[in-house]
Design a protein around this ligand. Sequence first.
Ligand code: HEC
Ligand code: HEC
Ligand code: HEC
Ligand code: HEC
Ligand code: HEC
Ligand code: HEC
Length: 438
Amino acid sequence: MTPKKQLTRVSFFFLLLAAFSFSQISYAQTESAEADTTASAPEETASASASDGEIPTGDANIGAGEELFKGNCAACHKIDQKLVGPALAGVQDRAPSIDWIVSFVQNSQKVIATGDEYAVNLYNEYNQTQMTAFPQFTRDDVLNILGYIKQQAEAAPAETAAVAGAEGADGAVASEPAISSAYLNAIMIGLIIVLALILVVLILITTVLRRYLLQKETVGDEDREIIEQSVSLSKVFKSPTFIFLATFIFAAVAFKVVINELFAVGVQIDYTPTQPIAFSHKLHAGQYEIDCQYCHTGVRKSKNANIPSPNICMNCHSAILTESAEIQKIYAAVEQNRPIEWVRVHNLPDLAYFNHSQHVNVGNIECQTCHGEIQEMEVVGQAKLLTMGWCIDCHRNTDVNTKGNEYYDKLVELHSEVSEDGMKVEDIGGLECSKCHY
Ligand code: HEC
Ligand code: HEC
Ligand code: HEC
Ligand code: HEC
Ligand code: HEC
Ligand code: HEC
């Protein structure tokens, strides 16, 4: 190949490179444009207004409303944040009328069936999630709930103003992580391709230059030697650096495989078995802020935290994402009246006794102290060692939570006579073998 031909080839590669970068940029712009439209569309529907003169403000009404809200609505609604249903702050201003709200709460499906535009749009916006019907609620009950919502919304004006006004912004926030992760992947692949192209271009340039120089007759012997010096692959493979690197990488991979195999047997950190249903704590406990205790019902009152039965999932999933393959697995379990076979993650040997209520309720210890940031885990893994040393360590270093617990008054008094330090778990017998071993 002549140098001229090769130069043409080089410029062709540069052209390709430029075209590729341009396509990356325009891809990014379409993405953000899409995000913009989702953010602004729903706002237009939120302009209708209703008189809210009827909403009660008395303490008794608000108290009654609070009880009804917490008992019936809180599983799906928050005041200032989207949960399963919309944030309810300011609903009296955006819904068509107070009467509309009353009918919707009593039986939302009936309102939607009439073809009411606001209701149908809302229903579609929430992926056709059916809201539970509350036919037993009187008009006054609903007004009391609205009173409570209004009072709560006014208690936190800054946050609610933002949410009530821009309902759609919520949606944009929710979809943002997906966009950015897809986008990151694209950037990574793009970078790799660009690097590969640059490598090819550099190799071509050196080849062209070398040929050009060799054709010139004025080059001296010494220079000629340098130019002709070629980087041979076999030399690279034989170099000590390469051998060292290769051995190191091989050893590291082998070590990791062996460790994984060994630990697959027993208890260890980061044990994340594949579960029969792709249940995500990040989604439920993190994004939707469902209280841990809503599912782990025993955690404050018994030894065991409990894994929720399919019925608890059905409280919501009888209406949410009913078409999803993962959710169908819940239906199958309920129909066949069998439990879902979750794989156990945390497991102490039989010889040890551990009680949740003592730690969570009496000791006032956060779940996260022992289980890590569960609300950020897509798949639950074990965060702490759970060895005897781990239990003992904490018992040596943690003060007993004695506040408001009469049971400890006498002990605290006795303890303060002999020591100036706080009363540790150790001091109430937390290191005695028989407390943890049957
Ligand atoms: C099973 C979950 C669920 C429960 C429980 C629930 N809702 Fe809803 N709610 C929704 C969903 C989802 C929507 C959005 C509309 C739709 O999909 O039907 C909604 C919409 C609403 C709306 C209209 C909001 C707007 O932006 O205009 C009001 C008002 C409302 N709910 C009030 C209540 C009240 C009051 C309670 C308790 C008595 C309650 N909801 C209980 C899921 C629920
Ligand atoms: C919507 C229901 C739900 C909520 C809310 C929830 N969990 Fe869970 N949790 C489950 C289910 C189902 C499993 C079993 C499947 C799994 O391991 O992912 C589980 C498993 C666990 C495990 C592992 C159990 C084992 O096998 O050793 C821990 C620890 C845990 N949850 C802690 C928490 C904490 C802490 C919170 C609150 C931040 C929380 N969970 C909120 C449903 C829930
Ligand atoms: C308080 C309401 C609530 C409860 C209880 C609940 N979920 Fe969910 N779940 C949701 C919401 C909300 C979503 C997300 C819906 C969305 O993304 O549109 C969801 C999504 C899911 C998904 C993702 C499905 C998919 O295809 O993307 C799975 C799987 C799931 N839940 C399993 C469970 C299991 C198992 C339980 C019982 C241990 C449970 N859920 C209990 C509200 C709940
Ligand atoms: C002091 C540490 C500690 C705290 C705090 C703690 N856990 Fe646990 N948890 C454990 C240990 C240890 C196990 C293993 C128990 C066993 O195998 O008997 C466990 C097991 C579990 C399990 C598996 C099922 C079971 O009952 O054994 C769940 C679910 C769970 N914890 C949820 C929670 C939740 C939710 C909280 C917070 C409300 C919490 N835990 C707080 C240490 C703790
Ligand atoms: C993060 C700190 C922490 C960890 C980790 C911890 N504990 Fe505890 N534990 C406490 C506290 C605080 C108390 C005191 C609760 C109270 O006031 O009764 C306690 C009390 C106890 C008691 C009752 C002691 C008594 O004298 O009444 C037992 C039994 C116990 N823990 C077992 C365990 C076991 C088993 C483990 C390990 C699997 C463990 N704990 C891990 C903090 C911890
Ligand atoms: C705070 C709770 C606690 C106290 C106090 C405690 N242990 Fe343990 N012990 C445990 C736990 C939890 C395990 C299981 C650890 C594991 O699986 O790695 C265990 C395991 C053991 C084992 C089995 C070890 C093994 O490798 O299987 C022996 C033996 C033991 N303990 C003896 C004792 C003796 C003796 C005492 C009193 C001096 C004592 N323990 C006090 C929590 C405790």
